[in-house]
Design a protein around this ligand. Structure first.
Ligand code: ZN
Length: 198
């Protein structure tokens, strides 16, 4: 089956036959698979600390391993600009995407799979039927994001509590309340530490 027969249009991304894709060892890649140059990644766009991103040199390939198991591989380079979790200023990161998904027919099957001999890049996932390929790719991109994007020069800052809170609950602008009078317990800590360091 040719690639064109397998994936006819953008709707092919929504009901993508990953099993056939792997069995017939196909590949989709940037610059070659023209129909897919505009990926939509809504969840990535909603990430509070992610300001902008581009996905370069991406490729999705299907194969079968020595045990004839289907493996769907995602590759790519995510060039992302985050808001630094500490200082809030832009911080650029280049993230390599490298993930293999070994397909199983059911959730139970995936859970029961002996993962001992798998490498760090490989996960076992359940794939009962066709998949939304763009969504699966987005999952991998989401998983590749750093928990706490920040500048290297911010790294030795001791107020990790502040960073955790910043990440789990993006600070909402509250113009009525001056810093130090909000209910967030660590809200003023960063400023306090900054001022004592000067
Ligand atoms: Zn910073």
């Amino acid at each position: 089956m040719s690639r064109k027969a397998l994936i006819k249009s953008d709707s092919g991304l929504l009901e993508f036959d990953a099993w056939s894709f792997c069995r017939t060892k196909q590949e989709l890649k940037a610059g070659v698979t023209d129909a897919y140059h505009e990926w939509q990644f809504p969840r990535l766009s909603d990430e509070p600390l992610l300001q902008s991103f581009t996905l370069n040199d991406w490729a999705i390939s299907g194969s079968q391993n020595k045990r004839n198991e289907c493996v769907l591989a995602f590759r790519g380079q995510l060039n992302a600009v985050f808001s630094c979790a500490h200082c809030g200023k832009p911080v650029s990161e280049q993230i390599e995407i490298h993930r293999n998904l070994l397909l199983r027919l059911s959730e139970q099957d995936a859970e029961a799979y002996d993962q001992e001999n798998l490498d760090d890049y490989t996960d076992v996932v359940s794939c009962p039927g066709s998949i939304n390929l763009a969504e699966w790719f987005e999952d991998e991109l989401m998983l590749s994001l750093p928990m706490l994007p920040r500048h290297e020069e911010c790294e030795d800052n001791p107020d990790s509590g502040l960073i955790e809170i910043y990440r789990s609950a993006p600070v909402e602008a509250d113009e009525d309340q001056p810093v130090g009078e909000t209910v967030r317990p660590f809200a003023g800590l960063g400023d306090l530490i900054k001022s004592t360091k000067k």
